[in-house]
Design a protein around this ligand. Structure first.
Ligand code: SF4
Length: 370
């Protein structure tokens, strides 16, 4: 068992490591016994699902101690079982998307430090070719951008790559947006030209598909019974915030201090960490910001920034109106992104004492203004 298995628990090698650990789920679930603490893998599995559905990420919250490679790895099968038992609309899709989003953040960082051609994981990190092989894409992606026959059509970007069209269609078919439509892309001899970041987005989709595959899983009665408390805890957490809220007014002057602060930092060109960026984009998407407003409030200027932003906003909301709710006040405080709770900040806001979610703050502020 290796750190890479904990970082990427959906890999074939990670499944093998779980098998080798020879710790059955029933054993984990009952390990705590009555009155005892939960097994760390179960504790982290609950957190994994809660973070996935409420925050769109399965990363450990900043500052939380790593539970250890084994507990982190085993929390993945626990989370799959929990999400299968949950009675929450869109839970599986959101869970798989959050696993994929976290993996994407990790492997993009890994690719920056490891050589593309490295063949094996190193120090918990994965190289690009390893990930391509994992998803059966080794022969379907050409990192030279020339396509399988050596053709060179890198007209737009020096860092372009090419993907076989069948693989492209399998991965991009669920993506929304004009740029993913095959007719809008350079295509020659069965190869589609891509920018590196687009390849990374398609790999994220490959992860999402793998995580979603087989969910909901059939859960044996003994295990379901052992997880009754955990499922109830998760259902309680989700009922705290109505994720189908329909706010249709964008009034930045009514934003809570946390959202105003993030807007200010983004507009001044600060590089927001991923959790803060997610909090901002999901808040703005929930507040019904359109593309132009999103760009204005986040300071996005270049076409690439706008495209990435639009994509992220699309991923946190969907046409049915179901959304990733922005993080709650408790989560914002844990992130260190709540200025009211920050002892070093002089910002005070009496409304913050009456609510537990930034969207509730915004709704109340809008209602007062009306
Ligand atoms: S208390 Fe909640 S709404 Fe108010 S600033 Fe903090 S996170 Fe935002």
């Amino acid at each position: 068992m290796d750190a890479v298995h904990a970082n990427y628990p959906f890999l074939d090698a990670s499944r093998e490591a779980v098998r080798e650990a020879d710790l059955g789920l029933a054993e984990l679930v009952t390990a705590g016994g009555s009155g005892d603490a939960r097994h760390p893998a179960v504790e982290r599995g609950v957190q994994r699902v809660e973070r996935a559905l409420l925050d769109g990420s399965v990363d450990l919250p900043e500052g939380q101690r790593h539970p250890g490679v084994q507990a982190e790895l085993l929390s993945y099968p626990v989370a799959r079982v929990l999400v299968s038992l949950l009675d929450a609309p869109g839970a599986i899709d959101k869970y798989a998307t959050a696993e994929a989003r976290t993996a994407h953040e990790r492997f993009v960082a890994d690719f920056e430090t490891l050589d593309d051609d490295a063949r094996a994981p190193d120090d918990g990190k994965v190289p690009l070719r390893y990930v391509l092989r994992e998803f059966d894409l080794a022969d379907r992606v050409d990192l030279s951008g020339r396509g399988g026959d050596g053709r060179d059509d890198r007209t737009e970007r020096d860092d372009g790559v090419a993907m076989a069209v069948t693989a492209y269609l399998r991965l991009a078919s669920g993506f929304e947006g004009e740029r993913w439509r095959l007719v809008t892309r350079a295509l020659a001899d069965g190869w589609v030209s891509l920018a590196r970041e687009e390849l990374h987005e398609l790999l994220r989709e490959a992860v999402r598909q793998r995580v979603a595959d087989g969910l909901p899983t059939r859960v044996p009665e003994q295990i379901a019974a052992g997880l009754t408390d955990e499922v109830a805890e998760l259902e309680d957490a989700f009922s705290e915030i109505d994720v189908t809220r329909d706010i249709d007014v964008l009034a930045p002057e009514r934003f809570p201090p946390c959202a105003s602060g993030l807007v200010e930092r983004a507009q001044s060109g600060a590089d927001l960490p991923p959790h803060a960026e997610f909090a901002l984009v999901s808040f703005l998407a929930s507040a019904n910001a359109d593309d132009e407003q999103l760009a204005a409030l986040t300071g996005a200027e270049t076409e690439a920034e706008l495209r990435a932003l639009r994509y992220r906003a699309e991923r946190v909301s969907d046409e049915s109106g179901a959304q990733y709710a922005p993080p709650s006040c408790a989560t914002m405080q844990a992130y260190g992104e709540c200025p009211v709770a920050d002892e070093d900040s002089s910002i005070e806001d009496p409304r913050c004492e009456t609510i537990s979610h930034p969207l509730t703050y915004y709704e109340d502020a809008l209602a007062d203004a009306e």
